[in-house]
Design a protein around this ligand. Structure first.
Ligand SMILES: *Cc1c(COP(=O)(O)O)cnc(C)c1O
Length: 508
């Protein structure tokens, strides 16, 4: 099993015994197929729903799917469960992927999202028949507004990046309404890649705002970049170095004096619950990543949820429809002439909203505050215990994540990528690497509040051991991973010549 915990000695034995080559020949489900095998269908014929062919007529339906694999139910079960265990996931491993907040996703969230009243609710039912769901949305909006110190929230955006785009479209609509032509957005050099991309999508020109050598923005620097064409500054706080922007209030003041908006990327909200409110820092627009700070899953790239929060003056521009309370119940309000319109179908990834609301209710204000305090403690613990070998990129105190560096590449040829690959042999998902871009060879570590001290100690021990290996036997690190079914992927080949279609082994 790829996920079993192995001592490093066993890892070498396993690699030497060639288990990795043998197990990488995991057959595809098509290759397991045996003609005539099938699962059991217990449905009595007279009670079953009419099949497609009976409704549409036989000419519109195939009676055979060419190449459809035929297996028994237990075989299908084993096949997919085995595949799922080849993955790394926060359900199985420590997953300190910086910036992504891979905290534990409580099972109770899934249980509540699975309640028939939520899970089986058709998105087109009239509002009168969806009162509970609409009330949940209104309550979640209120909770997110309270925790961020903002005035109004839309739950529509399906990802952090879509929340950014929504927020920037709101900024654009705001300036258009005022008859101002502001085409530029300032984006710090430490920003997440989605920030400049969202600016371009929303039709803005990106102007890079340099951070200082401590990794934060200076108000004087921002002032020098301001002119009447600047629509906004897009700032992540704490920033992607895990450092709180100490001049944020002066920066907000400079922006507002210039008639510009402060957009805050709220993906790092996990550091701020009960500690500080973006609304109090002068943020006008902010997106939240429910799949980060609010414990909804990142699973397989989604579905995510990136609600956008604004100050009162910007509320008219939020996407339609808005959930609104009228005397006889909750309604969906489409009559909003200044709205940026619809960002996606229906009302966001609703099941994620249920999960996030469950999380907020389970933790309450005190629990959320404690989560942030523990997340900050965990990051500082790792930073302090590793600093002798992996010094932090900045001396500014860390919040919920820390960015570390090392000198191994110059001295031993072992790169950050090699370290990341070697961590897999210790059954640990690597941290984010080579990000933020301003720190060469960066290792960006975000332990989150849901990890025990014992897990953090194991991580520290693995990192120290890898450091020692890099000095004594660098090839062990450079050839890693040794214990997984696949070793290094040829990333250039995969990008240039992707194989997107399975063809049977015989036919090449
Ligand atoms: C994750 C992240 C984003 C993008 O969020 P997605 O949900 O992945 O689209 C933006 N900014 C920061 C700082 C992030 O960490």
């Amino acid at each position: 099993m790829a996920t079993a915990k192995l001592a490093p000695e066993q890892i070498h034995e396993k690699a030497a015994a060639g288990s990795q080559t043998e197990s990488s020949n995991q057959p595809l489900i098509f290759e397991c197929s045996v003609r005539g095998k099938m699962g059991v269908d217990l449905e009595p014929a007279h009670e079953r729903e009419p099949r497609g062919a009976e409704i549409l007529g036989p000419d519109l339906c195939r009676d055979d799917l060419p190449g459809f694999p035929e297996l028994s139910e237990p075989e299908v079960m084993r096949h997919f469960l085995r595949l799922s265990q080849l993955n790394f996931s926060p359900a199985l491993q420590f997953y300190p992927l910086g910036s992504c907040t891979m905290k534990y996703n409580p099972v109770v969230n899934d249980e509540l999202a699975g309640l028939a009243g939520f899970a089986a609710l058709h998105p087109l039912v009239p509002a009168a028949m969806a009162q509970g769901a609409l009330e949940l949305m209104a309550r979640l909006e209120a909770a997110l507004a309270a925790v961020t110190g903002m005035d109004a929230v839309s739950l529509h955006p399906a990802a952090g990046a879509q929340g950014e785009l929504t927020g920037l479209l709101i900024a654009r609509a705001h300036f258009r309404k005022r008859g101002e032509h502001r085409g530029k957005v300032l984006v710090p050099d430490t920003a997440h890649g989605t920030n400049p991309a969202s600016c371009r999508l929303a039709g803005f020109e990106v102007v890079v705002a340099p951070s200082n050598r401590h990794g934060f923005l200076e108000a004087a620097e921002i002032r020098s970049l301001l002119d009447p064409t600047v629509a906004a500054l897009m700032v992540t706080n704490p920033n992607t170095l895990g450092v709180f922007e100490p001049e944020i209030l002066e920066i907000a003041e400079e922006l507002h004096r210039n008639g510009s908006l402060l957009y805050m990327d709220g993906a790092n909200m996990n550091a701020l619950f009960g500690v500080a409110q973006p609304g109090q820092m002068g943020a006008d627009i902010l997106q939240l990543n429910l799949h980060k700070s609010f414990s909804t899953p990142h699973g397989g790239g989604g579905p995510g949820a990136g609600p956008v929060a604004v100050k009162r003056e910007l509320e008219p521009f939020l996407p339609v429809p808005r959930v609104k309370r009228e005397t006889d119940g909750w309604v969906l309000d489409y009559d909003r002439p200044d709205s940026v319109g619809r960002l996606r179908a229906f009302h966001g990834n609703f099941a994620m909203l249920v999960r996030a609301y469950a999380y907020v209710l389970a933790l309450g204000a005190n629990g959320l505050a404690q989560a942030s305090q523990l997340a900050i403690l965990a990051a500082n613990y790792v930073r302090a215990r590793l600093r002798a070998v992996f010094p932090p990129a900045t001396e500014a105190p860390a919040l919920h994540e820390c960015v570390l560096t090392h000198d191994l590449e110059q001295r031993t040829g072992v790169t950050t990528l090699d370290i990341a690959k070697r961590l897999l042999d210790f059954n640990i998902h690597p941290p984010t690497i080579y990000f933020p871009l301003v720190v060469p060879g960066a290792l960006m570590i975000e332990p989150t509040e849901t990890e025990s001290r014992a897990t953090l100690d194991e991580f520290v021990a693995a990192m120290k051991r890898i450091y020692a290996e890099a000095e004594k036997e660098p090839e062990t690190v450079k050839q890693a991973p040794h214990s997984l079914r696949l070793r290094r992927i040829d990333e250039a080949q995969a990008a240039r010549h992707p194989i997107l279609r399975w063809t049977s082994r015989g036919s090449g």
